[in-house]
Ligand binder design. Structure first.
Ligand code: PLP
Length: 390
């Protein structure tokens, strides 16, 4: 199966779901259960194994995983949670879902990852946790973060939506935190259209999340299918955050391609790196992790030039996105900072960053096309004295 490429001449992203996923979903459809059952369990077992983690609970999204991670740690009204300025809104929205208050902290200029040196100053009496985001697929230095968090009495929840495959100094997501949260949204490295997972080393936390994902019911549809009807109860109200067997059946075959796809991402990133390094004005964020999951390939271009580059990409039908407009520029999150003007790096990255088309099967010819158009547009800017032309 080839995804429909109508629209952009160089698509931003194409999934690689194919015959194996089709066959797997059809098998899951033949089972009367459809909802959370043996496919979900099989996925959870394999995903935990791949990460070297103890427990995985599959959920409806990464946002649900972040919410339940916070909730399972008793974080709620009156509490504060530190989040980085450069991330998707969901990192902070999950804190609001839990009833707590996000506190936005600035990021390091070279990487865009949370600036570890700023955490202590952002902590108050109310601060309970920090959510590092493994931005673009690069793991935060978790050993250092863990040390800082322990010294300040903070819990750590990883937003690993971009980072299944990543490693830093031998550390993988989910191993040095209370919980790591993953996304299987349509454009992520693993996808079931929508979906997510929480990974943890704690059996009690995993058990809590397992109940909370299904209203808090002590019996599930899967139990009923196996054992017949039994009375059930809800001791603590939960949410409807479970993953279906259909979603899990789509994810399972993709696990076999994780390594192969990661290698294909590396090859394409190296091609971009080589071509872009010759272009003045283009900056590639530092990649220093042992293994970078390369969820996104982003560059930074001069603020004054980005609008015209975006117009040109739109005109030439080159797909692109901005990852991200920083959290404090989003209306409903704009007040969650300690003091005005304390997020200069996030602000600057928000104005300069541009994510280029990138996916494991992307033709190398498309990489060349993107770079040529970017180079041409930036050189026009130079001849106009760096200002925007008409
Ligand atoms: C995609 C994403 C999320 C949200 O994932 P969902 O599965 O859509 O809830 C959270 N954080 C980051 C950094 C993301 O990129």
């Amino acid at each position: 199966m080839v995804a429909n490429t109508d629209g952009d001449s160089v698509p931003f992203f194409l999934h690689d779901l194919g015959e194996q996923e089709c066959a797997s979903v059809i098998r899951a459809m033949a089972d009367p259960l459809l909802t959370t059952g043996p496919k979900v369990l099989a996925f959870e077992t394999r995903f935990a194994q791949i990460l070297g983690a103890e427990h995985c609970v599959a959920l409806s999204s990464c946002t649900a995983a972040l919410h339940l991670a916070l909730e399972s740690l008793g974080i709620g009204p009156g509490d504060e949670v530190i989040v980085p300025g450069v991330t998707f809104a969901a990192t902070a929205l999950a804190v609001l879902h839990a009833g707590a208050v996000p506190v936005i902290v600035d990021v390091a200029d070279e990487t865009g990852l949370i600036d570890l040196t700023l955490i202590e100053a952002a902590v108050s009496q109310r601060t309970r946790a920090v959510i590092p985001v493994h931005l673009y697929g690069q793991l935060v230095d978790m050993s250092s973060l863990r040390r800082i968090a322990d010294s300040l009495g903070l819990l750590v929840i990883e937003d690993a939506a971009h980072c299944i495959e990543g490693q830093h100094a031998g550390v993988r997501p989910g191993t040095l935190s209370e919980a790591a949260c993953f996304s299987f949204f349509a454009t992520k490295n693993l996808t079931s259209g929508e979906g997510g997972a929480l990974v943890t080393q704690s059996p009690t936390r995993a058990q809590h999340v397992r109940l909370a994902r299904n209203h808090g019911m002590n019996r599930t549809s899967s139990d009923r299918m196996r054992d017949g009807y039994q009375p059930w109860d809800i001791a603590t109200p939960g949410w409807k955050y479970n993953m279906s067997d259909l979603q899990a059946s789509m994810l399972l075959p993709q696990l076999d391609r994780l390594l192969e796809n990661s290698a294909r991402r590396q090859e394409r990133a190296r091609e971009y790196d080589a071509l872009l390094s010759a272009i003045p004005g283009v900056r590639i964020p530092l990649r220093c992790a042992d293994v970078h999951a390369l969820h996104l390939y982003t560059v930074r271009v001069p603020e004054s030039r980005r609008p015209s580059v975006m117009r040109r990409f739109r005109k030439e039908r080159i797909g692109f996105t901005v990852n991200y407009a920083p959290l404090h520029t989003i209306t409903c999150l704009s007040s969650y900072r300690r003091v005005p003007d304390d997020l200069p790096v996030s602000t600057r990255i928000g104005l300069q960053t541009l994510s280029l088309p990138f996916y494991p099967s992307m033709p190398f010819g498309h990489i060349h096309t993107v770079v040529e158009i970017l180079q041409d547009e930036l050189s026009r800017g130079e001849s106009l004295g760096g200002e925007e032309g008409a």
